[in-house]
Ligand binder design. Structure first.
Ligand code: ADP
Ligand code: MG
Length: 383
């Protein structure tokens, strides 16, 4: 897949700009194995960079302009590095945002021209936007002689998405796209941004199952959940729910109203599950990790109430398959994807059976991706 993308951007670069690109930059999308709605509670997440990526073929320019052709949008775009200018919609704003965030962060950038292409599905919850941002950040860094520091670059890319593009996302997507490693998931402490690489055993395949439904009204529900979590943290006089001991919560849960109590219970138990899942994965106990994923789904469905019938149907179909260790909805919810941990040798049979059953029960044809854990943003030679 990535070798195809490499060939496509190089070929298109030659056609449009003449000559060879001086280098290629790539960055992956991601799937979160466990730990949802924990990030804004200063908690833990366990994402994995996937073998779906955005690629750039690039050459430096002498002026202070960036000129890019997007193969996927069949569109040219260019901008001057020094102009603030109005912010519009569209893919180039992610690049402008990254250059703006770099400049704001005290890293002067230089101009370049290139071609972009990717195979992270857009808007499916696999974070094509972070892949685009980190591929752009790697490009700017290489062109401008900026030392690549994954955590710092992830923060800058997040700032670009928050403040330039105007999407209120946490740090997970950018950090895993910057710092992922092949064959590993990454445990992230969303407070300290400390990370720990966790091997994904060969015996397990990670399968992403896209329900084909998309979140609606997600912003209001998201803000409401955040407010409920903050209310619970205030009640217990902690900075964030991450700081609330499970025993304290259990002893005093009755002090909260029933809805706030459920929201807090999700966050507290999900943080514990995520930490435990990382340790179990390190020990190769994929069956136990699967059980935690199943529990995570129940918690997201019943306590946090961010699932929907199609996600429940997909998770149910996955969990009932004999090759499945565990499955859950993944991401913010209200639509999008489920993720399943599956016996490696049965992954193909699993995806066929689950897709068929989902179609029978729901009437939609799902997109299915068997993913392997891939490396974070990198520079590749053009030859
Ligand atoms: P996602 O869940 O995939 O991150 P977003 O809505 O956050 O969805 O980001 C999708 C946007 O990112 C696209 O509309 C486009 O502007 C940009 N994008 C992602 N991948 C590409 C690509 N390969 N080429 C150009 N733009 C892309
Ligand atoms: Mg996104």
């Amino acid at each position: 897949m990535s070798s195809e993308l490499r060939a496509r951007v190089v070929e298109e670069f030659r056609r449009r700009f003449g000559g060879e690109p001086s280098f290629l930059a790539r960055a992956p999308g991601r799937v979160n194995l466990i730990g949802d709605h924990t990030d804004y509670n200063d908690g833990f997440v366990l994402p994995m960079a996937i073998d779906r990526e955005v690629w750039f073929a690039v050459r430096a320019r002498d002026d202070r302009r960036v000129a890019v052709h997007s193969i996927d949008f069949d569109e040219d775009a260019s901008f001057a590095l020094d102009q603030g200018g109005p912010r519009r919609d569209g893919w180039v704003e992610y690049l402008r945002g990254v250059s703006w965030a770099l400049e704001q962060g005290g890293c002067p950038t230089r101009g370049w021209e290139g071609v972009a292409a990717g195979d992270v599905p857009l808007g499916a919850g696999l974070s094509s936007s972070a892949a685009l941002e980190l591929a752009a950040a790697r490009t700017f860094a290489a062109i401008s002689g900026i030392v690549w520091q994954p955590v710092a670059m992830a923060r800058l890319a997040q700032r670009a998405e928050n403040e330039w593009v105007g999407v209120n996302c946490g740090i997970m997507d950018q950090l895993i796209s910057a710092a992922g490693e092949a064959a590993h998931a990454l445990l992230i402490d969303c407070r300290s941004l400390e990370t720990r690489l966790v091997v994904v055993p060969d015996s397990a395949a990670v399968v992403v199952l896209d329900t084909g439904t998309r979140r609606g009204l997600v912003d209001s529900a998201y803000n409401e959940r955040r407010a409920q979590c903050e209310r619970a943290a205030r009640h217990f006089h902690v900075a964030a729910l991450r700081d609330l001991e499970s025993e304290t919560f259990q002893r005093r849960a009755a002090e909260l109203d029933p809805v706030t109590r459920k929201r807090a219970r999700h966050v507290i138990t999900e943080n514990a599950r995520t930490l435990e899942a990382a340790t179990l994965l390190e020990h190769g106990d994929v069956a136990a990790v699967g059980t935690l994923m199943n529990e995570s789904h129940v918690s997201l469905r019943d306590d946090f109430e961010v699932s929907r019938p199609e996600l429940d149907a997909m998770v149910d179909a996955a969990q009932r398959h004999g090759a499945c260790f565990g499955a859950r909805m993944t991401g913010a919810g209200f639509g999008g994807c489920a993720v399943a941990l599956v016996q490696h040798e049965s992954a193909a049979a699993f995806t066929r059976a689950v897709a068929d059953e989902y179609t029978r029960n729901v009437g939609l044809r799902p997109a299915v991706y068997v993913c392997s854990a891939s490396q974070g943003a990198s520079i590749e030679s053009a030859s």
